[in-house]
Design a protein around this ligand. Structure first.
Ligand SMILES: C[S@@+](CC[C@H](N)C(=O)[O-])C[C@H]1O[C@@H](n2cnc3c(N)ncnc32)[C@H](O)[C@@H]1O
Length: 486
């Protein structure tokens, strides 16, 4: 049963309203393009039509749900302006249109079906924002003068802040206007929300905050050197919040594009480019695309490796990232992500081991030396090979200790060792289920009490709910593995 649809169905029946679906939205766009007044889209449907429509929705597959409820946004003034801006730079899109999707937010929808291998988008170099753009701008001479040379990232962030500050005077205004006003990467989250994240994400979130703060602190003198360019006090233009916004803009939206090294910039790799409009493409772990700059055409091109039906959301894949990485780098969580997993911390790893084991410290040292204390996880298929191997070594009977290399190579040492390690894995899994459930309850209370944090809390809730599903799937796998062994 399609639960999201059932919920919407009941909401619609209660409110008597109905949503503008993709088909309605697209029909309206087609009518507008054909010069019609689009009267049909403003007609109120009869009750029978609504009921027929709702019954039809119940039959819609959950995967089609998002695209079915997409709302076309191409008529919005900011997209009309962006389209004009892109056209002036020789880009006109025939394949895609901006839309809001219920599951993924704003993204791009196909106007026609796309076949495997077909070009999704080909954006000319003139539309790209790279460090070349920055150096050609009025900031260029200041960058060239500054020692030690600013990093490519600092150059891009400075340009974004400066252009945003210029407002209507910036030639990049149509692009800047469609950028999010704020982000949901951990650096934007309140500390009490960060506290609800699982380890090791919590630690990485704190590192991210510290590194952006350090980026700001170490860039202030450079910002001061730009004062002749601004009428306002430089601290007000290049505030922490302005730099944070720019940093997240680059981090969440830039495409990989290697730019030739320049002496006026520090030697860090210069690989980030902002690609207006193309950067409206959302991520799906289930698609494959080919993306690269084509030297022959002078365009940044993306081709799909899978087909896409008309009026569906077009996705690209940002990489085979788990949900911790997606949240850390992009500020979202992907549902049913095949790469998602639950990390096991060192504390949990040793929690269920016999405290009487005299070889425990030696065993932990071996695991550390061989890189087996990191990335121990539960996944959709059960405990990872690395986690089981670490547990098998930790559970090695005293008289079998010398066999530890064989354990690391994946050999079975004894029936007892297999059973004990599975048993501990199961206990750990149940402990994590309890812990996750408790955090979910806490999040639910906080959502009632701290309404201003609702979006941040919902993000953590989504992550924790996905983790709960993974742990439950792992618990099932473990119990069938244990049954096979008995
Ligand atoms: C390159 S932008 C894509 C366009 C973006 N949705 C927008 O409206 O500007 C990357 C950001 O989109 C969002 N995003 C991408 N894929 C998503 C997904 N599958 N589900 C939810 N949000 C997603 C995240 O906020 C991410 O930082």
């Amino acid at each position: 049963m399609n639960l999201p649809l059932l919920r919407i169905l009941s909401e619609i029946l209660i409110s008597g309203s109905y949503l503008e679906t993709t088909s309605v939205a697209c029909r309206r766009e087609e009518e507008e393009q054909a010069g019609s007044e689009g009267e049909s889209s403003s007609e109120v449907p009869s009750q029978e039509e609504v009921i027929f429509f709702l019954c039809f929705l119940l039959l819609v597959d959950e995967d089609d749900f998002s695209s079915f409820f997409a709302a076309n946004e191409s008529h919005k003034p900011e997209f009309i302006e962006l389209k004009k801006w892109l056209k002036d730079r020789n880009f006109e899109d025939t394949n895609l249109t901006p839309a809001q999707f219920p599951g993924t937010g704003r993204g791009l929808m196909t106007k026609k079906s796309l076949q495997e291998g077909q070009m999704i988008i080909s954006l000319p170099e003139s539309c790209l924002l790279t460090t070349d753009t920055v150096i050609r701008s009025s900031l260029g001479v200041y960058i060239a003068k500054w020692k030690p040379p600013p990093s490519p990232l600092l150059a891009l962030c400075t340009f974004l802040v400066s252009e945003k500050h210029a407002g209507a005077r910036s030639v990049w205004k149509p692009y800047l206007d469609i950028l999010p006003k704020s982000y949901t990467c951990p650096v934007y989250l309140e500390p009490e929300v960060v506290n609800l994240l699982p380890e090791p994400l919590k630690a990485k979130a704190r590192e991210q905050r510290a590194s952006v703060q350090e980026f700001f602190a170490s860039s202030r003198d450079f910002f001061s050197s730009l004062h002749p360019l601004f009428e306002e006090a430089i601290d007000r233009v290049f505030s922490y919040s302005a730099l944070l916004w720019a940093w997240c803009t680059v981090n969440t939206r830039a495409v990989y594009l290697r730019t030739r090294r320049r002496d006026c910039l520090s030697p860090e790799p210069d690989t980030c480019a902002l690609a207006p409009y193309l950067d409206l493409l959302n991520h799906s772990p289930h698609v494959q695309v080919k993306a690269a700059f084509n030297e022959e055409t002078g365009c940044y091109e993306i081709r799909t490796a899978s087909s896409c039906r008309k009026h569906e959301e077009v996705f690209i894949c940002y990489g085979p990232h788990d949900n911790h990485r997606l949240l850390l780098e992009y500020g979202f969580v992907s549902l049913r992500n095949p790469h998602a997993c639950v990390y096991v911390s060192r504390e949990i790893l040793v929690r269920y081991l016999p405290s009487t084991d005299k070889q425990m410290n030696r065993k932990i040292a071996i695991l550390k030396d061989h890189g087996f204390m990191e990335n121990l996880t539960f996944g959709w298929d059960g405990p990872s090979w690395r986690l089981l191997t670490a547990l098998k070594l930790l559970c090695l009977e005293a008289e079998k200790f010398t066999c530890w290399t064989k354990v690391l190579l994946g050999e079975v040492i004894s029936d007892t060792n297999e059973k004990t390690s599975l048993n501990i894995a199961r206990k750990m899994c149940y402990y994590l289920i309890e812990e996750t459930t408790a955090v979910l309850q806490k999040v639910s209370h906080m959502k009632d009490e701290k309404v201003s944090l609702i979006n941040q809390l919902t993000l953590v809730e989504t992550l924790r709910m996905e983790e709960l599903k993974i742990l439950k799937a792992s618990a099932e796998t473990l119990s069938s593995l244990q049954t096979t062994l008995t």
